[in-house]
Design a protein. Structure first.
Length: 213
């Protein structure tokens, strides 16, 4: 999993930060510049999450430390309001949170690019100290799904609503569902949601080709 190297593991530079913001915005189908007043709370949450990640990972002087603490406080307030327990440095770029929570994610879980996650989802490990899941790129997680334990979910998998996933699925591009989950289809997540990072990278490549030399 992640063998193609396409997953940015976390924000490590200002360029990464901008890419994450652009990918998340595209994944949420947002076409305006800034969140609207009293609206767009999911987008506001994702922007704050990326700001916290950037300040935590890249900015370490005293002034930035104050900015980090303020951003972390604002993120915590919005997390409580929306029912989202999503720690920094878990999700790759292109995150699309479909609705408010509850959504609970283990702080050491790893989730790749272009994850579409619905309400009432839990990603973690019930039995401490068993490590939490590792989830690949382009994974769709339906409402009510529980992903539990030291398991791996391959790229392009769609997880059906109310599924309980407690074993690894290393075949990419399939649909799994049930309690416990099993493979039910070869369709995968391709038609569940678009892949923001792929679109952005393609646009960047085309712009580079068209740039006068």
């Amino acid at each position: 999993m992640y063998s193609d190297g396409s997953r940015i593991r976390m924000i490590k530079s200002k360029e990464d930060y901008k890419f994450y913001l652009a990918a998340d915005k595209l994944a949420l189908s947002i076409r305006y510049k800034r969140p609207r007043l009293f609206q767009d709370e999911i987008w506001r949450f994702e922007r704050l999450l990326r700001k916290v990640e950037y300040l935590q990972n890249c900015r370490h002087n005293p002034i930035d430390r104050i900015a980090y603490l303020q951003a972390r406080l604002n993120l915590q307030k919005l997390s409580v309001k929306l029912g989202l327990s999503i720690p920094p440095n878990v999700f790759g770029p292109g995150l699309s949170i479909a609705h408010g929570g509850p959504i609970v994610v283990h702080p050491k879980a790893m989730v790749g690019e272009n994850c579409r996650i619905d309400r009432c989802v839990s990603i973690g490990s019930v039995h401490h100290p068993i490590p939490p899941p590792k989830i690949g790129n382009n994974v769709f997680i339906g409402p009510g799904a529980v992903i539990d334990g030291d398991i791996e979910i391959a790229d392009g998998i769609a997880i059906g609503a109310n599924s309980y996933v407690n074993k690894s699925f290393i075949e990419s591009g399939i649909t799994i569902a049930g309690c416990p989950a099993k493979k039910i289809s070869d369709k995968g997540s391709r038609n569940c949601w678009f892949r923001a990072t792929e679109i952005l990278r393609k646009e960047a490549a085309e712009a580079h080709i068209d740039k006068p030399k």
